[in-house]
Design a protein around this ligand. Structure first.
Ligand code: FES
Ligand SMILES: [Fe+2]
Length: 368
């Protein structure tokens, strides 16, 4: 592999995974909610017990969006010909136009339904492989893995979430997330760092299933929050571990003595050139600070907003499909991401075991 590689994100979306659909708070009980995941239009809602459901937003009869229909807390009635579907299974319950002597077995008809669960402030939806054309809708695909969770290290903690739209493909969203070199230029703030604090860093990475880990290390000393944390936790050691796992997940865990902070950030493809970034953080640090969660959310929001603005600016340049390059070592994680994605797709194509692109632990160096 050459040092300077020209690579273009392919904006391929990975099916067969759980994705964050909407923040729990946004999915109220009294109405139906439209959303899109991986170019698939969905209608989300909650039954009488508050349990969420997700259906394809297209009636299996003639394609009317089911989000235009009426929901009684159990069944969804299509607005066009009144077919009724169970909200959770998608199974057809009634076709009003049928006469008593017509024996259409409508219980074999399904509105496409998706496995759907609520976890850590979000409604997660499983997006299976698109069925072969003409296959029609059947029962929901059983997800092969449980819903991803924010790591937690004890029973008492606070939680906050944040969401933002990014006007770019999922690939640009993800590599923007793992790119260490933009920090000093994009994320300047007096309480965080200045661009003059740029210095040489060395980090160890190791392969993990479906991804890679920035091995536990002591966070860089050039940021005020870490200095504060060290003082507050009165711990000699603060360690940070960052994992990236396909298709779109970045886990960050900071531990200082008995205190911890953990987050799970996802970049979710909405369409080919539009994605959303969602962060959920849990922590037991500063639990007693009255404005702790709002303060943290403020800090987070600032970061995410800086990234969002950057990607919005970048999307202007990307419109005309320029050649792009990834350099060593700062862009190596981005290269791993593309290689992981390719390896995953290849394994699926050949039904073979996935070949991990990293041979073993690697040390990377960059200035940031
Ligand atoms: S399109 Fe839905 S019932 Fe006909
Ligand atoms: Fe960033």
């Amino acid at each position: 592999m050459t040092d300077l590689e020209r690579q273009a994100p392919d904006s391929l979306m990975l099916y067969g995974f759980w994705y964050r659909a909407l923040p729990s708070q946004q999915v109220t009980r009294n109405r139906l909610h439209k959303t899109t995941l991986l170019e698939t239009p969905l209608v989300l809602g909650r039954d009488r017990m508050g349990k969420p459901f997700a259906l394809r937003d297209a009636c299996p009869h003639r394609g009317m969006p089911l989000s235009h229909g009426v929901f009684d807390g159990k069944q969804l009635e299509c607005s066009y010909h009144g077919w009724r579907f169970d909200a959770h299974t998608g199974q057809c319950q009634l076709i009003p136009s049928l006469t008593s002597d017509q024996e259409l077995k409508f219980d074999r008809i399904y509105a496409g339904s998706h496995a759907c669960e609520e976890h850590d402030d979000y409604i997660w939806v499983f997006v299976p492989e698109p069925p072969p054309a003409g296959a029609g809708f059947t029962k929901a695909t059983e997800p092969p893995a449980p819903v991803p969770e924010v790591p937690k290290f004890g029973g008492k903690f606070k939680t906050a979430y944040l969401t933002a739209d990014l006007p770019c493909s999922v690939d640009h969203g993800i590599i923007g997330l793992m790119d260490p070199a933009h920090g000093p230029f994009v994320h300047q703030a007096w309480w965080w760092r200045s661009r003059h604090s740029i210095h040489e860093k060395q980090k160890n990475f190791e392969p993990i299933p479906m991804g890679f880990r920035m091995s536990a290390h002591t966070p860089s000393s050039n940021s005020a929050p870490y200095k504060l944390l060290r003082l507050y936790a009165d711990a000699d050691s603060i360690t940070t571990t960052i994992d990236f796992v396909l298709p779109n997940r970045r886990y960050e865990t900071i531990q200082a003595g008995k205190y911890w902070f953990a987050s799970l950030t996802t970049v979710t493809p909405i369409t080919r050139n539009h994605c959303s970034i969602d962060v959920v953080a849990c922590w037991n640090i500063f639990r007693w600070v009255p404005f702790g969660p709002s303060l943290l959310k403020f800090v987070f929001a600032k970061f995410v907003e800086q990234d969002r603005q950057t990607m919005e600016d970048q999307s202007e340049g990307l419109k005309h499909n320029p050649h792009l390059m990834l350099i060593d070592d700062a862009d190596r994680p981005a290269k791993w991401y593309f290689q992981l994605k390719a390896a995953y797709l290849e394994a699926k194509r050949t039904s073979a075991e996935m070949k991990h692109p990293m041979p073993g632990p690697v040390t990377l160096k960059w200035r940031s």
